[in-house]
Unconditional design. Structure first.
Lengths: 263, 281
C-alpha cells in the first residue's frame, strides 16, 4: 500500500521519457477512457496501460494495487449489472417473481465501467511510478507556469501519503500493544474506538507540518529567485510521442462524434 | 538458572513483502526471569525481531511461542496481557490530556477495577519519576519525559515480559540510569526483560545475556561476559565492547582477564594484584 504512489527508480524507456510526455499520456488515457463507452475500447485501453507498465518494468510493483483495484472493479461491475435494467434480459436474480433483471447491456456497461475505473487510476499510477517527483514539480512550474508554492504543496502532499500510512501502522501497533482493539458492531462504539489511533496521528501530522515548515525556512525557501539543477528537456522521442498521442486523441474524438464506440 | 522456557523462537524467517528477508532462520529460547539485551547495527533486525515478541509481526516461516502457545493466531491486543512493549517514539501512542489518564489507558483496556487502576498508575508514575506530572498535559513535557510516560503506561500493565526498544534514547545520563535501574528492578521482581540498545555499557551493566544480531542472523548468543570477550566477533557487526572491557583485552598479555565488564571489577582486580606483588608498599 505504501508503494502505491512512490517513484520506482528503474532504467526503462518509459522512465527516460520527459515528465511532460508521460503526463500527456496519462491525460490522453483519461480522455480516451471518458470518451468511449464500448467495453471493447476500454478493455483495449486497459491492456495498453498494462503494456506500458510492463515496458516500464513496474507491473510487478503495481500487482498488489491491481489486485486491490480488481475488488473495486468487481463491485462496480456488480452494482452496474444489478441496476441497469434496459435491454435484453438474460435472467432474473430472484426468479419466479421476475425481480432484479440482469440484462446483457447491463453486463457490458458494468464491464466498461470497471475497465474505465482501472485504466484511469492505473495510468496515473504508472505516471507517478516512472517519474521523479522533482521532475513533476519542475514540469508543473516551468511548462504549466504553476506557482512554485502550489507545485511544492502538491509534491509534499504526495510524499506525505506513504509516510502517513506508515504512521497509521505504527500508532495502531503501539495502541494494540496496550491492549487496545478496534471492535464492536455498534458503529458509534467503533468510531469511538478509533480515537486512540486518530488523535496521535493528527498530533503527529501537525507536528510534522511544523517541522517541514521550519526545515524549509532554514533551507532558504522563499528566499528569492529559484534556479534548478536539473533541466527537463524534451527529446525527439518526447515530441514524437506527444504528437502521436494528440493526433490519436483528436482522431478518436472525431470517431466518437461519428458514432463509434458509443455503447 | 534453569527456569522454564517462556518465549521460544523456532527457525523464524521474516521479510517485508517481496524484499529480501530481514530475519533469517532465527532460533532463540528465553526462560522466564531473564534479562536480555539485543544488540547489533542499525538494520540488523533488532526491532523486527522484538516486534515478533508481542505478535505485531508474524513470522513468514517458523514459529514463535509465548508460554508454549503459538502466537500465529493470537491478536496483539490479547498478547499484550503477557508481553508489554515500549516503543521508540512515545508520540505514536500518547493521546490523552493528562499523564495519569495516558498511563491508565492499557489498564482500562484490560478492564481492571478502578481502585487497582489508580494504585497501579500511581506506582508506575513514581517508578519513572513523574508523580508530580500526573495531571500535566503530556505534550507540555519534554521528549525524554514523554518517553517515560510511554514507559510508565507499559509498566503499569505489569506484564510477565517487558520489551523496551531503545529505552534510553533522548535521555540524559541521569535519566538513562533511572530508567535502567527501573529495568533492573523489574528483572529482580521476576519480570522477563528484553531491551534493545546501542549503548554497550548499559548491556555490560544491566543485562545477563546478550543476543547479537547481524544482517538478520544471530551472530552470538550467550552470557554478556562471554559475548564481550570475543572482540573479533563483535567487530564483524561493528560493535565495540565497553571501554573497560577493551582496556582489559589490550592488557590481556599482563594476566588481566578479557571479560571484565565494570570499572569496579578492574579496580578490585588491580588492587588485589598490586597488593599481592607489593606495589603499594
Amino acid at each position: 500500500m505504501a508503494a502505491l504512489i512512490e517513484y520506482l527508480p528503474k532504467d526503462s524507456p518509459v522512465h527516460r521519457l520527459n515528465a511532460l510526455t508521460k503526463f500527456f499520456w496519462a491525460l490522453f488515457t483519461l480522455g480516451f477512457g471518458l470518451l468511449f463507452n464500448d467495453y471493447r475500447y476500454l478493455l483495449a485501453l486497459l491492456a495498453s496501460v498494462l503494456l506500458v507498465a510492463a515496458l516500464a518494468r513496474v507491473l510487478q510493483n503495481l500487482l498488489p494495487v491491481i489486485s486491490g483495484l480488481t475488488v473495486f472493479a468487481a463491485m462496480l461491475f456488480l452494482i452496474q449489472t444489478l441496476f441497469y435494467n434496459q435491454g435484453q434480459v438474460l435472467f432474473y436474480l430472484i426468479p419466479g417473481v421476475d425481480w432484479v433483471p440482469v440484462t446483457f447491456q447491463g453486463l457490458l456497461s458494468g464491464l466498461a465501467m470497471a475497465a474505465r475505473m482501472m485504466t484511469i487510476i492505473l495510468s496515473f499510477l504508472v505516471f507517478l511510478a516512472t517519474t521523479r517527483t522533482q521532475d513533476i514539480v519542475l514540469t508543473l512550474v516551468e511548462k504549466f507556469k504553476i506557482p512554485y508554492d502550489y507545485a511544492f504543496m502538491f509534491l509534499t502532499a504526495l510524499r506525505f501519503i506513504p509516510s502517513f500510512l506508515n504512521e497509521v501502522k505504527m500508532v495502531s501497533a503501539a495502541q494494540q500493544a496496550r491492549g487496545h482493539a478496534i471492535e464492536g458492531i455498534n458503529p458509534f462504539k467503533k468510531i469511538k474506538s478509533y480515537a486512540p489511533v486518530m488523535i496521535p496521528l493528527v498530533l503527529l501530522s501537525i507536528n510534522k507540518a511544523e517541522n517541514i515548515a521550519m526545515a524549509m525556512e532554514t533551507k532558504g525557501y522563499c528566499g528569492g529567485h529559484r534556479t534548478s539543477l536539473r533541466e527537463t528537456k524534451m527529446k525527439h522521442a518526447d515530441y514524437l510521442l506527444t504528437a502521436a498521442l494528440i493526433l490519436l486523441l483528436v482522431s478518436s474524438a472525431a470517431a466518437r462524434a461519428a458514432g463509434y464506440g458509443a455503447t | 538458572m534453569s527456569r522454564k522456557s517462556l518465549l521460544k523462537v523456532e527457525n523464524l524467517t521474516f521479510k517485508y513483502g517481496a524484499e529480501p528477508p530481514v530475519l533469517k532462520n532465527i532460533s532463540l529460547d528465553i526462560a522466564g526471569g531473564e534479562c536480555i539485551a539485543v544488540i547489533g547495527q542499525n538494520g540488523a533486525g533488532k526491532t523486527t525481531l522484538a516486534k515478533h515478541f508481542n505478535g505485531m509481526l508474524k513470522p513468514v516461516s517458523g514459529k514463535f511461542y509465548v508460554g508454549g502457545k503459538d502466537t500465529g493466531q493470537l491478536k496483539v491486543s490479547v498478547l499484550a496481557r503477557t508481553v508489554g512493549y515500549v516503543f521508540q517514539n512515545p508520540d505514536h501512542q500518547i493521546f490523552h490530556d493528562t499523564v495519569a489518564k495516558e498511563v491508565a489507558f492499557g489498564l482500562k483496556n484490560f478492564q481492571l477495577p478502578n481502585e487497582l487502576i489508580t494504585a497501579r498508575v500511581a506506582a508506575a508514575l513514581e517508578a519513572v519519576g513523574l508523580t508530580a506530572h500526573h495531571a500535566t498535559y503530556p505534550f507540555n513535557l519534554s521528549k525524554g519525559q514523554r518517553q517515560r510516560v510511554a514507559l510508565a503506561s507499559v509498566l503499569a500493565l505489569q506484564t510477565e515480559v517487558i520489551i523496551l526498544d531503545e529505552p534510553t534514547t533522548g535521555q540524559d545520563y541521569r535519566e538513562s540510569m533511572q530508567i535502567m535501574n527501573l529495568v533492573k528492578q523489574l528483572h529482580q521482581n521476576g519480570h522477563t526483560v528484553i531491551f534493545i540498545t546501542h549503548d554497550m555499557s548499559l548491556v555490560a551493566e544491566f543485562a545477563q545475556r546478550a543476543v547479537v544480531l547481524c544482517d538478520g542472523k544471530i551472530l552470538a548468543d550467550g552470557g554478556v561476559r562471554s559475548v564481550f570477550s570475543q572482540p573479533e566477533l563483535l567487530q564483524k557487526t561493528f560493535l565495540k565492547p565497553p571501554q573497560i572491557t577493551a582496556l582489559a583485552q589490550s592488557l590481556n598479555g599482563y594476566a588481566v582477564p578479557p571479560d571484565i565488564l565494570k570499572v569496579e571489577e578492574m579496580y578490585e582486580l588491580l588492587k588485589t594484584r598490586g597488593e599481592e606483588i607489593g606495589c603499594f608498599n
